[in-house]
Design a binder for this molecule. Structure first.
Ligand code: MCN
Length: 782
């Protein structure tokens, strides 16, 4: 089928997006709608001694001012972290209490203490300004390295020394011994800068309580509405699950930041019940910088040992991860099972040890952001490989080749079992496409123009489509990681796919339709995708961790298997043939080798008219399935960045970027390449531009686009993209996820290229012009 697997089909959903017809949460208008504005702490750390709402309450149009005391008084529970991680000594992680509205203490700038509900957004915001909060300021700590220092201000009473957990994986003693016996040891100190996710659409929620039905509806900017409903009902006690409908309509990007259930959704739902009004809240950009969960923020010291032939002997890693003021939903898993388990990279390493200390600070909570742990692992390994190659005087590509894993399955010492891949093949493709042979000439030509040209590699591997449920459960996950789907064939033969995955930019309406078209031969325009509504789709785990292709689509395939079996039974009965002889081809259901056939829609009709079905068969054509993967998928690739640095200003221009990726079977190359483009742009942003900055006292200094530098069109080059497919053996379509790869692989390639250009390894992200200029001049100093 021309619309099937592998076709470069244009995105079906784009028609409504590019004509401005998308329907986002803020577009929802309810009858009797009121607006919420949050009263937020201006202090990074303070006691809340009292709240005087009288002036605000007296303002015209103000419906109510609600506080944390009322919220907890109504039994609304604290926000939770859903993945239990124990310290090395077996003690549980120290989870500090997080109320949707703070009661006695605020712990970061932006922590909400009260909410004003009013007739308009403007009135609500004005009235929020009139709420007087009596704070007693406390000393604050904002940075991970300071949080562990003796005498640092303590963020939570139950977390002495701000330590959440002190976790380890691998064999410490064996790794230390391997390093001791090494011919060469490279040591690196690496900072993985804190990032703000910046989806184009800010977070928003519209909550309605129907008193007559005692029922709640929440429209929200969520990546996983079913998990939101589960958590809101089971843990936060906002509403019983069967009396809560969560709808995530069109969502304008998330990058992980919309996985979590934030204080605002909880508060809006509760406030709608209190005020008997629909309550809408939409974040502005400053609120987004202040309250959306941030990403990354690691500091790491690591050592990698090599034998005389350049084979890695051991990798020892010590990381401090900043979690901010509270433990967000997935936070605990990010620097543990999503980071340390990827520290083998693409290399055959026998000895790995990683220690992670997670700490509280007076900053906004940190959680998964595109790649979540895997970019931090990749950055560390790939900076290490390049630095080591330079120290040992080896070609960095050759050093990687000597250490590549060559056969699969491959068990690493840090849990992961890689199922497939072709690491040397990825690198070869990238080197060829990047015209590596021509680099010296390009460098010489740049030098004539007074520019320093450098080249940097990154060979990334990541684990996505987190699975299987039983295994992650044994590692502390509080949820299963399967996906569900239902395939409904209508009497006229059109098909609806109900899925628990959620698309917020990834093009599922197109790719999911493509696999159905491929299987049943119907045009993709006859297939519609239903998602994002807990009343329409029974259950789902949502979209994150590049799982919708490998897990969400596999559930659809399983449901299609069942539909196909029934279609064959019906056709065999009507056409008086054996089921084994029935084939589905080109939109027809045929008896193989004969001219007897039914059109696809005739089978649909037969299933519903039920005039001529096999004895005992139920009418209708609708099947559902749950799919629980047996392993992660392991996309991998080789990225090559080429940069030019202006030695007078330190400005870096990325002049060439080559990606050779292995995403298994590709459903839609356009969409996959779009995902790589976006991911690489974000990776370039992390490498040279973006950084959330808090001052020592916990004040956010990057609360707008004047201070937080996002990549713009002229910061990114035209990319060269190659595919080097090895099929994933563990899911029916052979897919590996592609949604995070770019953000994982790009940062080390860019920094390796800049450090190559300026001749020093001593450079941290973001490599701003000031930093590059300083590093260059420090390196040149006598
Ligand atoms: N696909 C394909 N062939 C493959 C793999 C995937 O055609 N071999 C298609 C899929 O069918 C899907 C798209 O590529 O249409 C991405 O699939 P997948 O890699 O499974 O990722 P998810 O759909 O689960 O999306 C999540 C991923 C993550 S984790 C982040 S973060 C991210 C990302 O997607 N956030 C995004 N890409 C984003 N893109 C946009 N525009 N906005 C975001 O917020």
């Amino acid at each position: 089928m021309s619309d099937g697997i592998g076709a470069r089909v244009k995105r079906k959903e784009d028609k409504r997006f590019i004509t401005g017809k998308g329907k986002y949460t803020d577009d929802i208008r309810m009858e009797n709608q009121a607006y919420a504005a949050f009263v937020r702490s201006p202090h990074a750390h303070a006691k809340v001694k009292g709240i005087d709402a009288s002036a605000a309450e007296a303002m015209e149009g103000v419906v109510a001012v609600l506080t944390g005391a009322q919220l907890t008084g109504d039994g609304i529970g604290n926000l939770i972290c859903g993945w239990a991680i124990n310290s090395k000594d077996g003690s549980p992680m120290n989870m500090g209490p997080w109320s949707a509205l703070a009661t006695d203490r605020v712990r970061y700038v932006g922590d909400a203490v009260a909410v004003v509900i009013a007739d308009s957004q403007k009135l609500a915001r004005n009235a929020a300004e009139a709420v007087v909060v009596d704070y007693e300021e406390l000393p604050a700590v904002a940075h991970a390295d300071r949080a562990l220092a003796k005498g640092a201000p303590q963020v939570h009473d139950n977390a002495p020394g701000n330590l959440i957990y002190d976790w380890g994986i691998g064999d410490d003693a064996a790794t230390q011994a391997a390093l001791k016996g090494s011919a060469h040891v490279t040591e690196l100190h690496v900072t993985n800068n804190r990032l703000s996710p910046n989806p184009m659409e800010p977070r928003s929620a519209v909550a309605t309580y129907d008193e007559a039905e005692d029922h709640y509806t929440l429209y929200t900017t969520s990546q996983n509405p079913h998990v939101a409903r589960l958590v809101l009902s089971a843990f936060y006690n906002v509403a019983p699950e069967h009396k809560l409908r969560v709808i995530a309509p069109d969502v304008g990007g998330g990058f992980g930041s919309k996985i979590y259930i934030y204080p605002e959704e909880i508060t809006c739902l509760w406030a709608s019940m209190k005020t008997k009004r629909s309550v809408k809240w939409t974040s502005d950009r400053t609120e987004a910088f202040m309250t959306d969960a941030h990403g990354r923020d690691h500091i790491t010291t690591a050592k990698m040992g090599f034998d005389k032939d350049g084979k890695i002997t051991g990798f020892h890693v010590d990381t401090v991860a900043n979690f901010g003021a509270y433990m967000s939903l997935f936070s605990s898993a990010v620097p543990t099972y999503l980071y340390a388990t990827l520290l083998s990279g693409q290399y055959d390493i026998h000895n790995i040890y990683c220690n992670v200390r997670a700490v509280y600070t007076n900053t906004v909570p940190v959680d998964a952001y595109r790649g979540a742990g895997r970019p931090e692992a990749c950055y560390l390994i790939e900076r290490m490989m390049e630095t080591a190659a330079r120290e040992m005087g080896m070609d960095p590509a050759e050093l990687r080749r000597r250490n590549f894993i060559q056969s699969f399955p491959h068990q690493t010492p840090v849990i992961m079992n890689y199922d497939s891949g072709d690491f040397p093949g990825n690198l070869d493709k990238a080197l060829k496409a990047a015209d590596i042979a021509g680099f010296p000439a390009r460098k010489a030509e740049a030098a004539k123009r007074g520019k320093l040209r450098g080249i940097g590699y990154s060979c990334y591997i990541e684990a996505c489509g987190i699975a299987p449920s039983a295994a992650v459960g044994s590692l502390g996950a509080g949820v299963g990681l399967w996906e569900s789907a239902e395939v409904r064939v209508n009497p006229v033969g059109t098909i609806e796919i109900l899925t628990g995955s959620h698309s917020h930019g990834q093009g599922h309406e197109t790719t999911f339709a493509q696999i159905v078209s491929d299987r049943f031969g119907v045009p993709i325009d006859n297939v519609s995708i239903v998602h994002g509504d807990t009343d329409k789709v029974q259950m789902g785990m949502g979209t994150y961790g590049s799982r919708s292709g490998a897990v969400g689509m596999s559930a659809i395939v399983k449901a299609m298997d069942k539909v196909e079996a029934k279609v064959k039974k019906i056709a065999a009965h009507v056409l008086e043939a054996s089921e084994d002889d029935i084939v589905i081809e080109g939109g027809e259901v045929k008896v193989a080798g004969t001219d007897r056939k039914m059109a696809w829609h005739e089978v649909g009709l037969a299933a519903y008219t039920a005039h001529n079905l096999p004895a005992g068969m139920e009418p209708g054509l609708k099947e559902g399935a749950f799919y629980d993967p047996v392993n992660f998928t392991f996309p991998a690739g080789a990225y090559i960045a080429e940069v030019e640095v202006d030695p007078d200003t330190g400005v870096t221009k990325i002049v060439q970027f080559t990606a050779a990726d292995d995403f298994g079977t590709i459903i839609n190359p356009n969409i996959v390449e779009g995902q790589v483009h976006g991911g690489v742009a974000q990776g370039i942003g992390q490498a040279i531009l973006e950084q959330v900055v808090y001052d020592e006292g916990g004040q956010l200094l990057t609360g707008s686009y004047m201070d937080y530098a996002m990549p713009r069109a002229d910061d990114v080059p035209f990319y060269t993209i190659e595919h080097n497919t090895t099929v994933c053996p563990n899911n029916p379509l052979g897919i590996k996820g592609c949604g995070e790869a770019g953000a994982i692989g790009a940062p080390p390639a860019v920094i390796n290229a800049i450090t190559d250009a300026i001749g020093t390894n001593d450079l941290q992200m973001p490599a701003t012009p000031a930093r590059v200029w300083a590093a260059l001049n420090a390196a040149r100093a006598p």
